[in-house]
Design a protein around this ligand. Structure first.
Ligand code: NOJ
Length: 733
């Protein structure tokens, strides 16, 4: 990208002012883009629009796709590719060029406020589905932004916290998805707010220049998160190309008011010697929570960088390199030569249907207990504080205004013979980091729903469907894994009144389920997006949803590898210690011998699957789900039979169980190596091939790098990390 003659020619023409215009974002004069570069009109470099975000385009109305975590739960890179194409098409339809997606942080903390924007607790699943999504976006002529690079695994203090994380965990757990995104052609990477082992990510030379550029060959744009830059010289030398947004919130409120800006900056700040100035703190107090970046100071890649270049602190060639990356992105999108194809018209109806398909494919039947599927003749009692609204997403920069919505009540009423609706308890609020103080309180003050009427309706119906939800937002973590409000009490009372109680969980991640043994079925739909109720009806009325858990559902927070020690979460003195190392998610549950409520990879089906004839052979060429293309791994083949009298979707999973590593190095008992989703008709048998890439055998040694210990490895195939049906041992020397 960067050795293009067109880019070179432009570079030779640019004045210093113009180069600086290309490395610092602004407010979009139309107020529509999340971030904006004004371009250089005289040289035919057009403006560039950057827009949020993972769940849909955050500009006017757009399709509200299911949460990224639902995409992770589909275990389907091909579906992620199609969803990426659709997201890109809408990005262009709204007039933008770069989409600030996907979110590739690994789910480390089960209550992290942004888990719904991420894919999984497993690096290989995150990498495979994330790379598919990136490919889809890029092939549709839009730049994908892999974010947030790296170790942004909690919202608490995200703007300041230092993630103290060992190199092995970084390499084995947190970096692979970003490497896969680069392999998938991502044009941009957004640095995280947090620090990693000292430096802020926006100035992390080792990770940006060392790993991302030198090791992985990334030649796209590295941008900061919004107000996530702290020092012009450190960021410039660290490898950051683009400061975002580079302009203050005042720019947003009054884009033309230079005077207001000057008064705030000069009058109330530096002259009073308060840093950060009181004015900004007050402003901050109204709009921001503790995880928010301080919007003052900003503009590091404005005057500050200019001064540093003029006085020689930062070499001109360093600035030129950044501009090359930025112009390279323009060129890749076909924006420099006027040859970019016009965006095709968006088929909004088809995108709604795709949102429905993704929601259904990401729906996990945690327990079915014979209560499902429904056949259409039953009288339903739909119960739940928010069941008459679609759960479109969580709060923060990923919020989307949907083109239309289908609530669970509406979706189920389309299919059910009869369906009543009662809230039972007060509506659960959907918090947002954009909430003004007091607004959450006001929202709770509606009329009190009739708990007994909900229980009576459930008792009178053939089947009770209780729809519960949590509330999560960027900028803060959930307080606990418990469902908010009186929802647990409601589920327990309904279950006592009707033995055919189906619980539908619309949550940002795992929640405690004290009633799990008392209900007939549990259906996990995450944040299902605008087609919520339509997809739910599909799943409850017999379309095999086939989603599998991308995260472990523990019984309680303390059961997780980050639980029970504030060093590990939320951190002490602005440092969060990743002491669990590589034992994140199921790797930690396995090591500690803790029984999860539902294990990683789990999901039931309306069909029944039998596994036979596992064969494992050395592969010619590894390739592999994480696209690392390294030496040879193994090829596993297994025959899967749908022994039921109905079609079903199975996600065949393969795990590697390594031999003991030398010395004191501990390895996870097993790690996901590959997977394949197959749709099988009633009675159909099929041979399924799974690649076990060499990387799945390796561990990262802090001295020797990627290492394969010789010995006997077990390749296990099955339905979840705790339901392995067949095993084969292979010797590696
Ligand atoms: C902050 C978020 O962390 C990031 O994901 C988002 O893209 C930007 N804000 C812009 O809204």
């Amino acid at each position: 990208m960067t050795d293009s003659g067109r880019v070179d020619a432009l570079l030779a023409e640019l004045t210093l002012d113009e180069t600086l215009r290309l490395v610092r974002g602004r407010s979009d004069p139309t107020g529509r883009a999340t971030g904006y570069l004004p371009g250089i009109e005289r040289l035919g470099v057009p403006p560039l629009g950057l827009v949020d975000g993972p769940l849909g385009v955050r500009d006017r109305e757009a399709t509200a796709f299911p949460a990224t975590l639902a995409l992770g739960a589909s275990w389907d890179p091909g579906l992620a590719r199609r969803a990426g194409r659709a997201l890109a098409a809408e990005t262009r339809a709204r007039g933008h060029d770069v989409v600030l997606a996907p979110g590739l942080n690994v789910v480390r903390v089960p209550t992290c406020g942004r888990n719904f924007e991420y894919l999984s607790e497993d690096p290989r699943l995150t990498a495979a589905v994330g790379a598919g999504h990136v490919e889809g976006i890029e092939r549709a002529g839009v730049a994908a932004t892999a974010k947030h690079f790296v170790a942004n695994n909690q919202e608490r203090r995200r703007d300041k916290i230092d993630a103290v994380v060992g190199e092995r965990a970084l390499r084995e757990v947190y970096l692979p998805a970003f490497r896969a995104a680069v392999g998938g052609g991502a044009s941009a990477v957004m640095t995280a707010y947090n620090r990693v082992n000292g430096p802020y990510m926006s100035e992390h030379r080792d990770l940006i220049e060392g790993v991302l550029r030198d090791e992985w060959g990334f030649d796209g744009v590295v941008m900061s998160d919004w107000w996530g830059t702290h020092d012009a010289v450190a960021a410039a030398e660290g490898g950051l190309d683009l400061e975002m947004p580079g302009a203050s919130p005042v720019d947003r409120l009054a884009p033309h008011s230079r005077a207001l800006r000057a008064i705030l900056r000069v009058g109330l700040s530096d002259r009073l010697g308060v840093d950060p100035p009181l004015s900004w703190r007050l402003f901050d107090g109204f709009v921001a929570d503790d995880g928010q970046p301080d919007p003052y100071p900003y503009d590091f890649f404005g005057d500050r960088l200019r001064r540093a270049v003029v006085d020689g602190t930062v070499a001109e060639s360093t600035l030129d390199r950044k501009v090359r990356h930025v112009l390279g992105l323009y060129e890749r999108l076909g924006m420099l030569d006027g040859e970019r194809p016009a965006p095709p018209a968006v088929d909004w109806r088809a995108h709604h249907d795709l949102a429905r398909e993704v929601a259904r494919s990401g729906t996990v039947l945690l327990a079915t207990g014979g209560a499902l599927p429904l056949d259409g003749d039953e009288a339903l009692a739909v119960v739940g504080p928010n069941a008459d609204g679609a759960k479109v997403g969580g709060g923060g920069s990923s919020e989307v205004t949907p083109t239309r919505t289908v609530s669970p009540v509406a979706g189920l009423r389309e299919r059910a013979a009869r369906a009543t609706f009662e809230r039972g308890v007060r509506p659960v609020s959907s918090p947002s980091m954009y909430d003004l103080p007091g607004s959450r309180l006001r929202r709770r003050l509606g009329p009190k729903p009739d708990f007994d009427a909900a229980v009576d309706a459930a008792a009178a119906a053939d089947v009770a469907v209780v729809v519960v939800q949590d509330g999560a937002t960027e900028g803060e973590d959930r307080d606990s894994m418990a469902l908010p409000g009186g929802q647990d009490r409601l589920v327990a009372a309904v279950a006592a009144a009707n033995p055919r109680t189906v619980v539908v969980c619309r949550t940002s991640g795992p929640v405690e389920m004290p009633w799990a043994d008392d209900v007939a079925a549990i259906v996990q739909t995450w944040y299902p997006g605008q087609a919520d109720g339509a997809a739910l009806a599909d799943a409850l009325y017999g379309a095999d949803p086939g989603g599998r858990l991308p995260v472990t559902f523990g019984r309680r927070f303390a059961d997780y590898p980050v639980g029970g020690d504030e060093r590990r979460y939320p951190g002490v003195h602005e440092h969060v210690h990743y002491d669990e190392g590589v034992f994140v998610g199921y790797r930690g549950f396995d090591r500690d011998g803790v029984d999860p409520l539902f294990p990683f990879g789990h999901g039931r089906s309306y069909a029944e699957f039998a596994y036979e004839e596992l064969a494992v052979e050395r592969a010619q060429e590894s390739g592999g789900t994480d696209g690392d293309g390294r030496g040879s791994g193994f090829e596993a083949t297994v025959t899967v039979e749908n022994s039921a009298d109905r079609p079903g979707r199975e996600v065949v999973q393969t795990y590697v169980e390594p031999p003991p590593a030398p010395g004191t190095v501990a390895r996870p008992e097993r790690e996901l190596a590959g997977f394949a989703a197959v749709e099988l008709d009633a009675g159909e048998r099929r041979q399924v091939s799974l690649t076990v890439p060499r990387r799945a055998l390796e561990r990262y040694d802090e001295r020797d790098g990627w290492t394969v210990d010789p010995g006997e490895y077990v390749v296990a195939v099955g339905r979840s990390s705790r339901d392995l049906r067949l095993r084969a041992a292979v010797a590696v020397d």
